[in-house]
Design a protein around this ligand. Structure first.
Ligand code: CTP
Length: 408
């Protein structure tokens, strides 16, 4: 889909620069050419030689190198790329980009370019949270630059929080989505162009009182990957997500909700849709009457929490009569008799396809990166091999495209 696209990769300073090596490999595997610009800070973490070996091209570092300027001016570096990607994007380079500085080769190229620019921030959580960084990011985004991440997690500096550079495959996916959405992709690469997709993802939170809630461990990884994959094939995609620690996927319209009731309302507001994929782990129950004030320990022992059933979003969409999406897909998280339960669930909910997965603790599916899917449709069951959640998303998106008349 992205053959012969050209990425100019700007590597700035940060420990995450080591992940950039993997990013280059993954892009090259997909037939995307990569040319690197390395800042002085970046060169403290990766060598020009490793970037050059992986990209199979010269690495550009110095603005005032006469050879580079005569052979390859900074304007040409930008002209010969379809997309500029800054990964990792340090707090420093983002500040210089926001301020319009051109004090090294990387910032000069970024100031002179008329090509789309993506950036994958990477820094310590305090630097990320600093008002200056947040203001710079808002400035860059208001100018149309596409941000990828950062993710939350443990950091090299020993702290925990937002600031880790997104994983190389997340960046690859954002780049592929971008190429698929632009005319570079060429005809045939967007089999879902003109189609509308709706995806639910993540857990829901059901309020007990203004400060407490019921929820579950869903990470949202699978639903977010599906939304990105559908958008990558050209679908106009709405992602309705509960609270997750994931960045919004590029090219997707995202609605953030808390409760199942909010999720259902947001889904209904996103209709009509040609396809709906319900990947959210919707809380089956909510508190019958959530307290409007914080519950207090009053000496009579713990409060009795009365539960009531939440609306079933998958079932509601499947049975929405004239507003029913043409294709409705659900998931079935099971711990035993996986396929049997999924077949029954497909009928009970009235959806077209079910992706059933075994979520027994020993499979590591919940919160993990891979999934073993049994694909249950009207004509039978297909057992898919163990795949990453992203591969599952891509395969499902291709199936949806094939079903809707595109090429599988
Ligand atoms: N689902 C939904 N709304 C709910 C509950 C579930 O949309 N209130 C969707 C999920 O997004 C998923 C599918 O229904 O696509 C199956 O969810 P699962 O939790 O496996 O099934 P349950 O409905 O909870 O059935 P059971 O309790 O029998 O496992």
């Amino acid at each position: 889909m992205t053959a012969e696209k050209r990425v100019l990769l700007i590597v700035s300073g940060g420990i995450a620069a080591y992940k950039t090596l993997e990013l280059i490999r993954r892009l090259r595997e997909r037939g995307i050419s990569v040319r690197c610009v390395l800042t002085a800070g970046g060169a403290q973490f990766v060598t020009p030689l490793s970037l050059s070996a992986l990209s199979e091209d010269k690495v550009y570092t110095e603005i005032f190198s006469l050879t580079d300027e005569s052979e390859m001016g900074h304007i040409r570096l930008s002209r010969e790329a379809d997309l500029l990607v800054v990964a990792p994007a340090s707090a420093d380079i983002m500040a210089r980009m926001a301020g319009g500085l051109a004090n090294d080769l990387a910032t000069t190229v970024l100031l002179a370019t008329d090509k789309p620019v993506m950036f994958a921030p990477a820094m310590n959580v305090r630097m990320w949270e600093h008002a200056a960084t947040q203001a710079n990011i808002a400035t860059l985004e208001s100018r149309g630059l596409i941000r990828i991440g950062p993710d939350a997690g443990n950091m090299a500096c020993g702290e925990y929080g937002l600031g880790r550079m997104s994983e190389p495959m997340t960046i690859v996916e954002a780049i592929e989505t971008h190429f698929a959405e632009t005319h570079f992709a060429g005809p045939g690469a967007r089999p879902l162009a003109g189609r509308r997709a709706l995806v639910t993802s993540g857990p829901t939170r059901e309020a007990i009182d203004p400060v407490r809630y019921l929820s579950n461990h869903s990470s949202g990884k699978q639903g977010h990957a599906i939304a990105a994959a559908l958008a990558g094939l050209g679908a106009e995609t709405s992602l309705i997500t509960g609270p997750v620690a994931l960045p919004d996927p590029a090219g997707v319209s995202v609605v953030h909700v808390e409760s199942a009731a909010d999720m259902l309302a947001a889904c209904q507001a996103a209709l009509p849709a040609d396809v709906a994929v319900c990947a959210a782990a919707v809380s089956d129950w909510r508190i019958a009457a959530a307290a409007s004030e914080k519950l207090k320990k009053d000496g009579d022992g713990p409060p009795a929490l009365e539960l009531t059933e939440n609306p079933d979003i998958l079932r509601t969409l499947s049975q929405a009569e004239n507003r029913r999406p043409g294709l409705v897909v659900g998931f079935a998280a099971e711990t035993e008799k996986v396929v049997e339960h999924a077949i029954e669930k497909r009928q009970r909910k009235g959806c077209d396809w079910i992706l059933a997965n075994d979520v027994s603790p020993e499979t590591g599916t919940f919160g993990g990166d891979s999934n073993v899917i049994h694909f249950v449709h009207g004509d039978g069951v297909e057992d898919w091999p163990r795949m990453t959640k992203q591969e599952v998303a891509e395969r499902l998106a291709q199936r949806i495209a094939a079903h809707m008349g595109g090429a599988e």
